[in-house]
Design a protein around this ligand. Structure first.
Ligand SMILES: [Zn+2]
Length: 233
């Protein structure tokens, strides 16, 4: 039996189940319960093997909700993922905690000492207690009011954009395009949002890069950006 741990983007991981040897862009991290070994699976192979998962009825943290539409595998995806990718779908407290304290922790003001104890407890037991959940509810509610860019959906957007900007930089040979995307990535990490004009340029650049990528699965998905409010440029 296995336990599914998290749904995430991946740069260099390959599927444990089908051994196709293909590099995954989206993956499910899984753990063999008896040996404790950790592997990754594609989402479609995870779905096909769902009965081998002890926690198949649990909602596992999904850090890929900042993507609007994937280019791959959509025909295989069950309702489970279709619902999760709905833009209005809830961001769980656990997803928020992992993004803030771990995945995005290199971004200025992201990691917050006041919830680090909850994160450390989660790393030990892979779940949250009711008290911890209530603390996170209050923390997220307060943070959203003071720093809207740190709202749960915006953290998902930030994570998705940073990942796919990186991916685009690696997947283009044009130095000028790389420099442009690098400057956006730098701004995005620094200010945690970009202007409408920058977002439009990035979308157009992603489309140009996608036109050169032949395999549908390797194309950049449609990503939500955090747009600066009232941006005039
Ligand atoms: Zn597979």
């Amino acid at each position: 039996m296995y336990r599914a741990l998290i749904i995430d983007f991946s740069k260099d991981k390959k599927c444990f189940f089908c051994k196709s040897g293909k590099t995954l862009k989206f993956c499910v991290t899984i753990q063999d319960i008896s040996s404790g070994e950790v592997y990754v699976s594609s989402k479609s192979c995870y779905e096909k093997n769902i009965d081998k998962f002890k926690n198949k009825n649990d909602n596992i943290p999904n850090l890929t909700k900042g993507v609007i539409r994937e280019n791959s595998e959509s025909q295989y995806l069950s309702k489970r993922f279709a619902i999760e990718r709905d833009p209005s779908s809830q961001i769980s407290n656990l997803e928020y905690l992992i993004l803030r304290q771990e995945k995005l922790s290199d971004i200025d003001k992201m990691k917050y000492d006041g919830i680090q104890d909850i994160y450390e407890n989660y790393k030990k037991g892979l779940s949250l207690t009711e008290i911890e959940n209530n603390r996170l509810d209050r923390f997220i509610e307060t943070t959203k009011k003071i720093y809207p860019e740190f709202s749960p959906m915006n953290l998902q957007r930030l994570y998705a954009c940073v990942f796919w900007l990186d991916y685009a930089i690696i997947n283009t040979d044009y130095k000028k395009t790389q420099e442009f995307l690098q400057s956006i990535l730098h701004d995005y990490k620094k200010y945690r949002m970009i202007s409408k004009k920058q977002a439009d340029c990035v979308s157009a650049t992603f489309e140009r890069i996608n036109n050169k990528i032949t395999k549908i699965k390797d194309k950049i998905p449609v990503v939500k950006f955090i747009i600066r409010a009232n941006s005039i440029d």
